[in-house]
Write a protein that binds this ligand. Structure first.
Ligand code: TXA
Ligand code: MG
Length: 335
């Protein structure tokens, strides 16, 4: 773990910015999850993000910018609703897909004619983007710093565990949000939510003054353009090694009571009391609050996985829209 550097130290930020400006990769904290960052305009650096992650090169990366004034460098014709979303939620856990400026960051965009832009709210990410700007680096392409298809990292130690000790990692503490940004596609004439996060559709709609469609609604509308490819929308993403199964409260309690003799191979993540379960069953208490659950979700999945269990049983989530982001990640983890 020798390559983890305190994000609060100015010399760590300066060193990280130098690495990025010279085409190397850096593990970077954001408020959502840790990212594996590269200069978005350096094709060789971007290529090594894809190989380090084991991610197919046609899956576009999110480009992180210092603030909204940097959007024009990467994108053209941001629609009015996109500007409203930026104004309301940047810096913060929101990525906007915009029409890409031709000739800019094509590799980072996976060759698409669009580009995903996000202004992160984490102070270490902000300091890093500022230091990069001074070195002529205008944006950082940064997917989550995990191997393709695995659980996203929410601490510096997770990143080191995922990607090895060679990588220069800035430590910004545990991520406050805990699940990846909400992604809104702004290239199809109306806002379409590609990936739910902690910002609900209602919050997004209110900020941009019009309905935010989900992907099914967008497809059914028939008037919008074609959907972009996005690896976060593949099924079976965010998967731990153990099999995740989502169960109703009643089923979970019944099943837990029957685990005698098999407690080493099962772990549980639930809000309800598990009164009839064997004493040595691994039970992790799920927070009642959606934001608190999002914050710890990936760390809990990692922790339960590390016990070496075969099965992680998760209690079905409450119905409210504030749970949509967590629900999405759990459904993918269980797919
Ligand atoms: O919270 C986050 O968004 C984190 C932190 C590090 O900022 N980043 C993140 O990046 O989750 P990544 O690469 O793991 O997920 C990016 C998602 C993918 O589903 C990708 O396909 C989609 O954004 N995406 C990026 N650019 C796109 C584009 N031009 N068109 C469509 N989808 C795009
Ligand atoms: Mg990811």
């Amino acid at each position: 773990m020798s390559n983890i550097h305190p994000g609060s130290a100015p010399q760590s930020i300066a060193q990280a910015a130098q690495h990025l400006a010279s085409g190397q990769l850096v593990g970077m904290p954001t408020e959502t999850v840790y990212g594996l960052a590269a200069d978005a305009c350096n094709d060789a650096a971007v290529a090594s993000v894809f190989t380090t992650k084991g991610r197919p090169a046609n899956h576009p990366l999110i480009v992180h910018v210092l603030d909204a004034s940097q959007v024009d460098h990467f994108a053209v014709q941001a629609p009015e609703f996109a500007v409203k979303l930026m104004t309301a939620f940047w810096p913060g856990p929101l990525t906007l897909i915009l029409p890409r400026k031709p000739g800019v960051a094509a590799s980072a965009a996976g060759g698409q004619t669009s580009i995903g832009l996000r202004c992160p709210a984490h102070p270490v990410a902000h300091a890093l983007l500022l230091a990069c700007q001074a070195l002529g680096v205008r944006g950082l392409a940064a997917p989550s710093a995990n191997r393709f298809g695995r659980v996203s990292p929410t601490t510096a130690a997770h990143v080191a565990h995922e990607l090895g000790d060679e990588l220069f990692i800035l430590d910004g503490g545990p991520c406050q949000v805990g699940i990846e940004s909400s992604i809104v596609d702004c290239t199809r004439g109306a806002p379409v939510l590609l990936r739910p996060g902690v910002l609900t559709r209602e919050q997004l709609a209110q900020a941009c003054g019009q309905a935010v469609l989900d992907q099914d609604e967008a497809t059914l509308s028939g008037t919008l353009g074609a959907a972009p490819r996005a690896s976060g929308t593949l099924e079976s993403h965010y998967a731990p090694h153990a099999k995740v199964r989502i169960m109703s409260t009643a089923d979970l309690q019944t099943a837990a009571a029957l685990t005698e003799g098999a407690t080493k191979s099962i772990a549980i993540y639930a809000r309800c009391a598990m009164l009839k379960a064997p004493k040595d069953l691994n039970i992790c208490q799920m927070p009642l609050d959606a934001a608190a659950c999002a914050q710890e979700l990936f760390a809990v999945l990692r922790q339960l996985d590390a016990l070496g269990v075969d099965l992680i049983w998760v209690e079905e989530l409450p119905a409210g829209p504030e749970w949509d982001g967590v629900r999405d990640r759990l459904m993918r983890a269980s797919a």
